[in-house]
Design a protein around this ligand. Structure first.
Ligand code: SF4
Length: 69
């Protein structure tokens, strides 16, 4: 699977080899960018991102990279 890139007003990369789908990112994101699908996080609504960086900090397996965090 490797790294999946979501490009919009920002770029969010999710390493699907690391992601265990526990949804920490979805729980902390204030604007509901993420969906958990088949046990992996997807930054479905990347254009809603307000660049707070909470998802990057929350992920315990460090699966999320964000170009402005
Ligand atoms: S940086 Fe903030 S607003 Fe953007 S996806 Fe992560 S938690 Fe959501």
């Amino acid at each position: 699977m490797a790294v999946k890139k979501y490009e919009g007003i920002v770029v969010i990369e999710i390493d699907e080899d690391k992601c265990d789908g526990d949804g920490e990112c979805a729980a902390v994101c204030p604007v509901d960018v993420f969906d958990i699908v088949d046990g992996k996080s997807h930054a479905t609504r990347v254009d809603d991102c307000i660049e707070c960086c909470a998802c990057v900090d929350a992920c315990h397996v460090k699966a999320i990279k964000h170009n402005t965090c």
